[in-house]
Every structure is written in structure tokens, then in C-alpha cells.
Design a binder for this molecule. Structure first.
Ligand code: PXP
Length: 240
């Protein structure tokens, strides 16, 4: 199972102060050094965290795969064709949402996507669609000729261990299996995964990559606090 690290919320932290740190590009390089096999960022239409500058620098610097999450809009298509990430992940986007709220409705948006996706594929960009674990959505995605889908693990991740969560996990498993049966090259998964709830997902053999962001940001701040404070205390003591 490969890990792709989503660096959006390191940029959210930077934007909380409109400061120069943390630098998402440096975070991405450190994530790669720690074993991440891909870097993900979501360029939102409001540019609330990741900026085009980040995307361009990530393209120039990272050594693994760059996965650009974006809405299927004309503006974003222009950016993607210029920057040429390795993968574009198509996601739905609602301006007021805190985070992506669910999978893209491929069934309803089939016609628009059928015109949009070939432009990315023709440019040599692999295309993934973020979808809910629903057979009709996966069928529609596979019919659009994309090599990848990312199954939304959000509904699973929101539940506490128990029968309902087992059922949600089984839906993810079945969706992933169905995707490979339908000829997709790979099935990925992500959203809401953390250091505890990730374990059962690892037992799904049909999933080859997980996209994880927020829990890694939260964990970085938590495990890093001791070192960060010790470094500042040491600086302060040196002055007396
Ligand atoms: N996959 C997609 C399509 C997402 O939009 C996000 C959130 O940006 C993630 C994965 C990562 O989710 P989380 O930040 O909850 O780990």
C-alpha cells in the first residue's frame, strides 16, 4: 500500500497568518524522504490554501508523483495543462465546504466529463475520479476511460468501530474490487483516514494507494511540539 501525502493543510496553517511558513514544498520533500510515494494538493477555485505558486514549485521539486486535485472547470483545465501534474484527481467543489464532502457524481455529470477528461489524457496526464463506493458511479467512471479512481473513505472514517462501520468498509472493499474487475488500472482510496482507522483499510487488497492529509498535519503538530518548544527554550536560555 503506497502513501500519498496531501499537503493542503500545511498551506492552511501558513495562510492562517499569511506567512511564509510552513512551506508546503519543504513539507512535501520531507514527506518523500520519510517514504511518501506521492504528493497531493488541491488547488481550489478560491485558492484558500494551495496557491498556483505552490503547485508550480511542487512540480519542479518533488521526485515522486504529483497529484493535483481539482474541480472539472475550464480554469482548472488550463492550469493542469500548463503544470502537467502526473495525476489529476477530479473532485466536486462547493465554495463554502470545509473539505471535499463526497465523491463526484459521475453518473449525473457523465456528458461534461466525457468532453473534459480526454483533454487531460491526451496531454499524458493520468486521470482519477474521487467517487463514493457505489457500483453505478464506478461503472460510469470506468466507461469514461479513466485509469484510476479514488474511493471516498469519508463515510467509513466518520463511524465508530462496530457493525455500521464494518458495512461501510465492506462497501469500500466491494467498490474497489468492482473497479479492478471493470478494468481500472488501480483503485486508490482516501478521506478522513487517521492513525487508528487506517488499519482495517490496509486489509483491502484491491486498493494500492491511500491519500492522507489532515491526520498527518495534526500528528506533525502534536509529536513535533516537544522538539519545537525545546528548541525555542534553548534559544531563550542562550540569551541570558
Ligand atoms: N482525497 C480527496 C479527494 C480529498 O479531497 C482529500 C481532502 O483534501 C483527501 C483525500 C485527504 O483527506 P484527509 O485530509 O481527511 O486525509
Amino acid at each position: 500500500m503506497r502513501l500519498a501525502v496531501n499537503v493542503d493543510h500545511f498551506a492552511t496553517l501558513r495562510e492562517a497568518r499569511r506567512a511564509g511558513e510552513p512551506e508546503p514544498v519543504l513539507i512535501a520533500l520531507l514527506a518523500e524522504q520519510a517514504g511518501a510515494e506521492g504528493i497531493v494538493c488541491h488547488l481550489r477555485s478560491d485558492r484558500r490554501h494551495i496557491k498556483e505558486r505552490d503547485l508550480r514549485l511542487l512540480r519542479q521539486t518533488i521526485k515522486t508523483k504529483l497529484n493535483l486535485e481539482m474541480a472539472a472547470t475550464a480554469d482548472m483545465l488550463k492550469v493542469a495543462l500548463e503544470v502537467k501534474p502526473d495525476v489529476v484527481s477530479l473532485v466536486p467543489e462547493r465554495p463554502a465546504e470545509l473539505t471535499t464532502e463526497g465523491g463526484l457524481n459521475v453518473v449525473a455529470g457523465r456528458r461534461g466529463l466525457a468532453a473534459f477528461i480526454p483533454k487531460l489524457l491526451k496531454a499524458g496526464i493520468r486521470v482519477s475520479i474521487f467517487i463514493d463506493p457505489d457500483k453505478s458511479q464506478i461503472l460510469a467512471a470506468s466507461e469514461l476511460g479513466v485509469p484510476l479512481v479514488e474511493i471516498n473513505t469519508g463515510p467509513y472514517a466518520e463511524l465508530k468501530p462496530g457493525r455500521r462501520r464494518d458495512k461501510a468498509l465492506e462497501e469500500v472493499r466491494r467498490a474497489a474490487e468492482f473497479g479492478l474487475d471493470r478494468g481500472l488500472e488501480e483503485v486508490h482510496a482516501g478521506h478522513g483516514l487517521d492513525y487508528v482507522n487506517v488499519a482495517p483499510v490496509l486489509d483491502i487488497p484491491h486498493i494500492s494507494e491511500l491519500s492522507i492529509g489532515f491526520s498527518i498535519v495534526a500528528r506533525s503538530a502534536t509529536v513535533g511540539v516537544g522538539r519545537a518548544v525545546r528548541e525555542m527554550v534553548r534559544l531563550l536560555r542562550r540569551r541570558r
